[in-house]
Design a protein around this ligand. Structure first.
Ligand SMILES: NC(=O)c1ccc[n+]([C@@H]2O[C@H](COP(=O)([O-])OP(=O)(O)OC[C@H]3O[C@@H](n4cnc5c(N)ncnc54)[C@H](OP(=O)(O)O)[C@@H]3O)[C@@H](O)[C@H]2O)c1
Length: 286
């Protein structure tokens, strides 16, 4: 394990949830953490809970100017030592029936979860190359197994899997490790946001769509509440991220949680229609 202090890591989306937990744990272990946030209060909140080493940086991954400014600041600050770690964690979840989805929402989903990750990675890759460092993507079980009413989110996480695979092979020559962490349901604010989004959706989608999908949306809301109630703690995801950053031979994929591992291992062997039936039953759609 290469857990030497003074290594630098950039974590996107560090205001809450998995990103925040990774930032605080890496800071505790002596890393020099640059934590991406989108407003000053979030940076101050994080700063109060961390050592003076931790630096909040203003980073909306969809804002090209902010991405360029953070890369320039890191180059200036870190110099020849470069950046050892990048944790591409920022993400949002767009939920709802695909038929009722506005294309702008779909674009936003990809803009944050896919294009944003590539933009940040491209910007800091010269610094990661200097350190022969590591890139860690935060994927999802939904990047291996698509579920209904989370179509846009699953599509973005499937895309992230493909990008991770391609990049891992392309960056091998410089000994840059590229891994993807694939958690199941984790207890974080993303679920409160999803509940608010679904509430907004039910208030804003056309009545004819509500007539078609209302029952399914309600079933999904109930299931989500149950899944979140038994969601895993962020510390399990943090452990996987730490391994990806520090192990002598990091894994390419880190499914997190026993159910996640079983589903990912079993899904390819189940015929599609059988799998569809199980998913519909599990959600309570049949
Ligand atoms: N929780 C789960 O069950 C679960 C499971 C699998 C994978 N994941 C993945 O884990 C990652 C972190 O999610 P989380 O569960 O920790 O949720 P979270 O607490 O909502 O964290 C999401 C983070 O992303 C940030 N973010 C959103 N849009 C951004 C943008 N345009 N630019 C930069 N940052 C942005 C948020 O910042 P603001 O606070 O400023 O909005 C927040 O810091 C996501 O990629 C998510 O898909 C979560």
């Amino acid at each position: 394990m290469k857990n030497s202090p003074d290594r630098a890591v950039l974590i996107t989306g560090a205001s809450t949830g998995i990103g925040e937990a990774c930032a605080l744990e890496l800071d505790r272990l002596g890393w020099r953490v640059f934590a991406g946030v989108r407003n000053d209060p979030a940076g101050q909140r994080l700063g109060r809970r961390a050592s003076a080493r931790l630096t909040p940086v203003m980073l909306d991954v969809t804002e090209a100017e902010q991405v360029a400014a953070v890369a320039a600041m890191l180059a200036e600050t870190l110099g020849d030592r470069g950046l050892f770690g990048l944790v591409n964690n920022a993400g949002v979840a767009v939920a709802g029936p695909l038929e009722a989805l506005s294309l702008d929402q779909l674009r936003r989903q990809f803009e944050v979860n896919v294009v944003g990750q590539v933009a940040v990675t491209q910007a800091v890759l010269p610094l990661i190359r200097r350190a022969a460092g590591r890139i860690v993507m935060i994927g999802s079980l939904n990047g291996r197994l698509a579920t209904p009413y989370l179509g846009p989110y699953a599509a973005s996480k499937f895309a992230l899997e493909a990008i991770t695979d391609a990049w891992r092979i392309e960056l091998r020559r410089w000994k840059i490790g590229v891994s993807i962490v694939e958690p199941g349901t984790v207890l974080t604010p993303i679920w409160d946001k999803a509940v608010t989004n679904t509430q907004e959706l039910t208030e804003t989608i056309p009545p004819e769509m509500m007539e078609l999908y209302g029952d399914d949306i309600r079933a999904m809301q109930e299931l989500t509440a149950k899944l979140v109630a038994r969601g895993m703690s962020v510390s399990r995801v943090v452990r996987a991220v730490l391994h990806a950053l520090t192990a002598g031979r990091p894994k390419t994929r880190y499914p997190v949680g026993i159910e996640t591992r079983l589903l990912i291992a079993g899904a390819p062997f189940a015929p599609d229609r059988f799998r569809d039936r199980i998913i519909r039953r599990f959600i309570g759609l049949d």
